[in-house]
Write a protein that binds this ligand. Structure first.
Ligand code: ATR
Length: 280
């Protein structure tokens, strides 16, 4: 049983929120480590976000995660945010401090890197150029992670070029913005390809990308995890590239949250991965 005096509480705020796998993921850890606690879905409308966040200390929550559409707005509400979260322009996690103030962090970049490390043992960021497709919120965390890990050349391509340009500007790293129609040839000599767009996700068409120029030694990551193998990953795997979907990013971004909420290191076990995979 738990050695804690009180019931450990955390949750995820989103709108909608019931599709989120996070409650299943975090509640696994309460059970696995025999801790008395719960992680709940919190259906919070955008105009109620500030009140909901400010209620966390009074309710005894250690903190919460944020999902669509709250990540950017929450950054403006919290009392403190680390440099990383400010650079990315979004927070994925809030921690309640002892004095009731709120600290915001972004753990998505961490999940992205740990997912690559787990899937591709020996992966290192400056193995060669990285091509990142998409320039939305997820892309900001991915590009920031690659810059921070030491990738020397990042080719950023988005359907709407201006979004890629402003992302490159905000993150200030070795990022080259290329036109959407250059996406096929941009794969030449790449060591890593990452899809951060919603293309390939269930209900959406496949990402329109010809892989012919991509070296077969390149690693391919799709941050989408429903379906488990997007058309992009299937095409890459069939031509011999090593591939990974985005499920590990979801699993690993949850670990630093436990460190800051409950001062505990938690593990992504095979059992946990299978539990979440079974819901996909
Ligand atoms: P997220 O926060 O999940 O990254 P987002 O901010 O809405 O979501 O970004 C979605 C990304 O998918 C964007 O890069 C978007 O491109 P645009 O900036 O041009 O909208 C990309 N995307 C969405 N639909 C697309 C399509 N049909 N073809 C190519 N890219 C698409």
């Amino acid at each position: 049983m738990s050695h804690h005096e009180h019931f450990l509480l955390a949750g995820v705020m989103g709108w909608p929120v019931m599709h989120s796998r996070s409650p299943k993921l975090h509640n696994y850890w309460f059970e696995h480590y025999e801790l008395a606690g719960a992680y709940v879905p919190l259906a919070v409308k955008p105009d109620g976000l500030e009140k909901a966040l400010r209620a966390l200390p009074a309710l005894g929550f250690a903190g919460c995660n944020l999902t669509i559409p709250h990540k950017e707005q929450a950054l403006r509400i919290v009392d403190h945010a680390d440099a990383r979260a400010r650079r990315i322009g979004a927070i994925s996690c809030v921690t309640v401090n002892a004095d009731g103030s709120l600290t915001g962090t972004n753990n998505d970049w961490y999940g992205f890197v740990e997912n690559l490390r787990e899937a591709f043992p020996g992966w290192w960021a400056d193995a060669g150029p990285a091509v990142v497709i998409g320039a939305g919120g997820a892309s900001r965390a991915v590009v920031d992670a690659l810059i921070h890990e030491g990738t020397k050349e990042i080719r950023l391509i988005n359907r709407t070029r201006e979004r890629a340009t402003s992302l490159a500007h905000a993150l200030d790293g070795p990022v080259t913005v290329l036109d959407w129609d250059k996406r096929h040839s941009a794969l030449e000599g790449a060591a890593l390809l990452v899809n951060t767009t919603s293309q390939g996700m269930v209900g959406n068409p496949a990402l329109d990308l010809a892989l012919d120029a991509l070296p077969r030694t390149a690693e391919v990551c799709d941050i989408v995890y429903i379906p488990g193998e997007t058309p992009l990953l299937k095409a890459a795997r069939e031509r011999g590239n090593r591939t990974v979907n985005g499920l590990g990013m979801l699993l690993h971004q949850a670990r630093p949250a436990w460190r800051s909420w409950f001062d505990k290191d938690v593990e992504v076990t095979r059992e946990l991965r299978a539990l979440i995979e079974a819901t996909i």
